[in-house]
Design a protein around this ligand. Structure first.
Ligand code: UDP
Length: 232
């Protein structure tokens, strides 16, 4: 069983694919899946994107430095929304970020993060990397390394990494385990290049799995390979 895990979810987990905002059914599903693992005693960090609200590229005529800051603020909105929904469901949650000063957001401090985990809190890291021109995948890779996670789980809508797009090719083959070097050599798109290179450099194991299959998160944290593992 893994004891320290960083879970990366895209904002669309809250809205449904290609939708905006918050969809009650999707949010409730997420709460149920997180509740199962929170009761398991894992030290869980979450990085949530903002695709359900704003992405930098959504804004025409706005400079990327500004539109990306709007995107990063979107991750704070999602984090605060989730914190309250989680706490209503009995899941103790703290939101940390370096990009805003708000009464419900704590400044990232490495010593405190361990205290939150020891006290049984889930930690939501909001604000991505804090820099424009990056993505929340890169934020997730950084936070995973910083919190000394044993595993970075990328929760997606596909069941793992395939040699070619399974939606287009019915003979696509899923990898159970793949090394960083094989993934680079085969040019497989797992995370953006910056995120992937951080994981490779710090030997952060990545599990790509279908978040929308009941119990997958719990099974993953119990050590089952429910998708594709990317390893050194
Ligand atoms: N973003 C950014 N820097 C970061 C992380 C995110 O500028 O370190 C901005 C960027 O504009 C991005 C948006 O925030 O489009 C939302 O993040 P992302 O696209 O990763 O969300 P997801 O697709 O995972 O929901």
């Amino acid at each position: 069983m893994y004891k320290r895990v960083l879970l990366k979810l895209s904002g669309e987990v809250l809205s449904g694919e290609a939708q905006k905002g918050f969809n009650e059914e999707h949010v409730n599903y997420l709460i149920r899946e997180i509740k199962k693992v929170s009761e398991y005693g894992v030290k869980l960090g979450i990085v949530i994107g903002a695709g359900n609200l704003f992405r930098g590229r959504d804004f025409e005529g706005v400079r990327p430095t500004i539109s990306d800051q709007i995107g990063m603020l979107g991750t704070v909105i999602n984090a605060l929304y989730l914190k309250d929904r989680f706490e209503n469901a009995g899941i103790r949650t703290v939101v940390v970020s370096q990009i805003v000063t708000l009464p419900s957001v704590k400044l990232i401090n490495y010593d405190d993060i361990d205290l939150y985990f020891d006290a049984g809190y889930i930690v939501i890291f909001a604000g991505g990397t804090s820099n424009p021109f990056f993505t929340t995948d890169t934020g997730a890779a950084l936070r995973a390394v910083e919190m000394k996670a044993e595993l970075l789980i990328k929760g997606t809508k596909v069941s793992g990494i395939y040699d070619k797009d399974p939606k287009i090719y019915n003979d696509a083959v899923k990898y159970n385990v793949i090394t960083y070097d094989e993934a680079i050599e085969k040019d497989l798109k797992i995370m953006d290049t910056e995120a992937f290179s951080i994981c490779k450099r710090y030997q952060m194991k990545i599990l790509v799995m279908n978040f929308f299959e009941d119990n997958n998160l719990l099974r993953a944290i119990r050590g089952e390979n429910v998708g594709t593992l990317v390893v050194p």
